[in-house]
Design a binder for this molecule. Structure first.
Ligand SMILES: Cc1cc2nc3c(=O)[nH]c(=O)nc-3n(C[C@H](O)[C@H](O)[C@H](O)COP(=O)(O)OP(=O)(O)OC[C@H]3O[C@@H](n4cnc5c(N)ncnc54)[C@H](O)[C@@H]3O)c2cc1C
Length: 384
């Protein structure tokens, strides 16, 4: 067992840090304030391979282990969790398309997506099917050589600004076994988008509902086989949960870095804040929890890389733990900044707003507990 990163892994992280500092840091506050989706900068991330980090090579991806992908996402999220989180969703959808897409689908979109020239959304949630995603009602019916899709999705990240929709729709009976996955052109006739949602955070990426009204897609746009869609969606989310957890770890690191600087700079009662032991202890606890969260995320990523049978359980644990820690550390770093932490001149309030949703999406943290407890009570997960 070796907990140290290799030289190559350090190099990935360094490249991502330099990229985020030059391309995200100067603009992240404005993108948040003005609701700008930075497609040009995302495409620049794509030039470095960051839009297809773990997508298979057949789709033009780098095919890297999940662990290596976390190193890149973490560095970018330390500067801008919102933009980075979208890039992780794009990576997840692109991996699904590259893994289960037909040759025709891969040829049509693979390299465009892995290069970041085109973007993908992941479309599972519906107005009536959130945590209970297997209850989704959007239908896809095979008619000749096309599927005809009708229904609607809610809360879709990037919707209205992306090019491909990785869509889960019902082709069979009720339940998870009746669901299939598709690659749908985002501008296909019959696809329409709702208003941009007004959100607490994640403002550098749009979130919208999507309606499908007699949308035709060729039968070869099915990912995998009929009935396999829910399994594909959950496989995507195993990695997605590591990614979101990583965005929380990165944001927490960014918040701790800011707090360390501030504790030295700010003077009260005739000395720097860093001189107060109550604040030193707070910082020590924040750092300890951050390291625990990071190690847990890397453990889950390495289990996924090794196709460990307990990987999904570890991904759920890592997502639950790291997103709770990430939000709490950002919030405490805001507290260490006093009133200034509440102002938009400092990044803390943005980090708090951006990390809050990580406890909700890609499966809420309650649903993570459902997944973990189920495995434990079935006696299937030994935890050692
Ligand atoms: C900004 C944002 C972006 C998103 N992006 C995407 C996206 O790109 N693609 C996509 O498909 N979805 C996306 N989502 C949707 C997200 O995954 C869902 O919001 C989430 O899964 C929860 O579903 P819900 O909102 O319907 O809440 P509900 O399922 O209605 O849950 C409400 C509350 O009840 C709790 N609860 C529900 N069932 C149980 C249970 N069995 N036991 C204990 N507690 C339970 C939940 O944890 C939650 O606290 C996004 C959401 C947001 C806010």
């Amino acid at each position: 067992m070796d907990f140290e990163l290799s030289e190559e892994q350090h190099a990935f992280a360094r490249t991502a840090r330099e990229f985020a500092n030059s391309e995200f840091a100067p603009h992240a506050a404005r993108w948040d304030a003005e609701g700008i989706f930075p497609k040009a900068e995302i495409a620049k991330a794509g030039e470095l391979g960051f839009c297809g980090l773990y997508a298979p090579e057949r789709a033009g991806g780098l095919g890297l282990p999940r662990l290596d992908a976390t190193l890149v996402f973490e560095e970018m999220a330390a500067v801008d969790p919102s933009t980075t989180a979208f890039i992780t969703i794009h990576n997840m959808a692109t991996w699904m398309l590259g893994t289960w897409g037909t040759d025709a689908v891969c040829a049509r979109w693979g390299e465009e997506l892995t290069s970041g020239r085109k973007l993908a959304s992941y479309c599972l949630t519906e107005p009536g099917a959130g945590s209970d995603a297997a209850a989704l009602k959007t239908r896809a019916e095979l008619q000749g050589s096309d599927y005809l899709i009708n229904g609607g999705k809610a809360f879709i990240s990037g919707a209205g600004s992306t090019d491909v929709l990785v869509l889960m729709a019902r082709t069979g009976a009720a339940g998870s076994g009746g669901i299939s996955a598709f690659a749908v052109p985002a501008d296909a006739p019959g696809v329409s988008y709702g208003k941009k949602e007004h959100k607490m955070g994640w403002n550098s990426q749009p979130t919208r509902t999507i309606a499908f009204d007699n949308v035709r897609v060729p039968a070869d746009h099915l990912l995998g086989s009929e009935g396999e869609g829910f399994r594909i969606a959950m496989k995507g989310l195993d990695g997605g949960r590591i990614n979101i957890a990583t965005c929380s770890v990165g944001a927490a690191q960014g918040a701790i870095d800011a707090a360390r600087r501030y504790l030295h700079e700010r003077q009260q009662f005739g000395k720097p804040l860093a001189g107060f032991q109550a604040l030193q202890f707070k910082l020590a606890d924040m750092a300890t929890e951050l390291v625990a969260a990071r190690q847990m995320v890397r453990l889950a990523a390495s289990k996924l890389d090794r196709a460990d049978p307990d990987a999904s359980t570890y991904c759920a644990m890592a997502k639950r733990f790291a997103t709770d820690v990430g939000f709490s550390v950002c919030n405490q770093a805001l507290q260490l900044h006093g009133g200034y932490g509440y102002l938009r001149e400092f990044p803390l309030e943005r980090l708090v707003r951006d990390t809050r949703v990580h406890q909700i999406l890609e499966g809420t943290n309650e649903i993570m507990r459902v997944i973990i407890a189920r495995k434990l009570l079935e006696g299937d997960c030994e935890l050692r």
